[in-house]
Write a protein that binds this ligand. Structure first.
Ligand SMILES: Cc1ncc(COP(=O)(O)O)c(C=O)c1O
Length: 349
């Protein structure tokens, strides 16, 4: 059976142009004499984020962990919105490896409640090490691809800066956020001392994330990357695909957003409690099954029988992700399958 795979935008395959660029790429040793292609990608990434420097790494998880390592010291406190990917999906590296402890703060659609941040941020005293870092995430994965409003990012940045605390932005999907805001990614990145983004998600490159910041920070980050085993060696071909991703894949993200909206509207028409289409801002569609009282895994298994793969992201929620390989016909098939499963599981058939 042909499967329509809506589990993640990381499933996107490299384009022909990427494959060609990979074949032609340099094979320098990035950690010894440097690699020309990796350096080109890093310069391009830094420019796109409005930062002085960047370092290429294997994953978004690694760029986040290295950012925490490079910004903080053991025992420091990291403040982030309680649904943050760093807190929920990165296996506690921030504690286990970086030795920081963290407090998840309440928020709205992924944006930290600024008043709670003001209450939580602490200066170092003889009794504690103080707040070492504040993190934001946009687009916000657990909040269904929500885009942090720039005003809220500015407010969080100001609170942190007023206390001399650095800010890291987990911008794994920052170009989706920028596209939804019709803004330049730099307008988002300026609210962080560091920012990371992935070329491996909706941008279709096979591997890689970039951590961007000032030159000293990135030098420190390179050492921590090596410490945790992320030295890149002959990464030229991977970086080459990343360059093509930045050059050719950013503008088309609007298509993924339109497909996600179409999906949300179709599911909403089946049952309005499943999803609010106006909350679908980018390429993630979080579908709540609470009314159905069904386990999301059981629901996903039923959809798989109809050729639709989705991710059960919470006990009562499914995550659908649109990407380059999902066209309108796939979206319509997913809606039809959902309607069918819904009828059967609700005993109407
Ligand atoms: C917001 C966010 N940050 C970080 C990551 C981690 O990226 P990776 O899977 O490359 O480690 C993800 C992955 O989905 C993510 O959604």
């Amino acid at each position: 059976m042909h499967m329509i795979d809506l589990r993640s935008d990381t499933l996107t395959q490299p384009t022909e142009a990427m494959l060609e660029s990979m074949r032609e790429a340099s094979f320098g040793d990035d950690s010894r004499d440097g690699d020309e292609t990796v350096q080109r990608l890093e310069i391009m990434a830094a420019q796109r984020m409005g930062k002085a420097a960047a370092a290429y790494m294997p994953s978004g998880t690694m760029t986040n962990l290295v950012a925490v390592l490079a910004h903080t010291q053991r025992g420091g406190e990291v403040l982030l919105e309680s649904g943050a990917h760093i807190l929920n999906s990165e296996l506690g590296g921030i504690a286990a490896v970086a030795g920081t402890f963290y407090r998840g703060l309440p928020g709205h659609r992924g944006a930290i409640d600024v008043e709670r941040l003001v209450d939580a941020v602490r200066m170092p005293t003889r009794q504690n090490f103080g707040t070492a870092l504040v993190c934001m995430e946009t687009t916000h994965n657990r909040a269904g691809g929500a885009v942090l409003p720039l005003e809220e990012m500015r407010a969080v940045h100001k609170v942190a800066a007023d206390h001399g605390v650095p800010v890291h932005i987990d911008g794994a999907r920052i170009f989706n956020a920028a596209s939804a805001l019709a803004a330049d990614a730099r307008a988002i990145a300026e609210h962080g001392d560091s920012v990371c983004f992935c070329v491996s998600k909706g941008l279709s490159a096979p591997v890689g994330s970039l951590l961007c910041g000032n030159a000293d920070f990135i030098e420190r980050a390179r050492a921590f990357r090596r410490m945790i085993g992320g030295n890149m060696r002959q990464a030229g071909p991977l970086a080459a695909a990343g360059i093509v991703a930045l050059e050719t894949m950013v503008d088309r993200l609007v298509l993924d957003h339109a497909a996600a909206k179409r999906l949300a509207l179709g599911l909403h028409a089946i049952d309005a409690s499943l999803v609010s289409p106006h909350e679908v801002e980018t390429n993630l569609v979080k579908v709540t099954l609470r009314k159905e009282g069904r386990d999301a895994r059981a629901w996903a298994a039923e959809l798989a029988k109809h050729g639709i793969r989705v991710n059960p992201c919470e006990r009562h929620a499914l995550r659908f992700v649109t990407h380059r390989h999902i066209g309108n016909a796939d979206v319509d098939a997913a809606i039809a399958a959902f309607a069918d499963v819904s009828r059967r599981l609700n005993g109407q058939q």
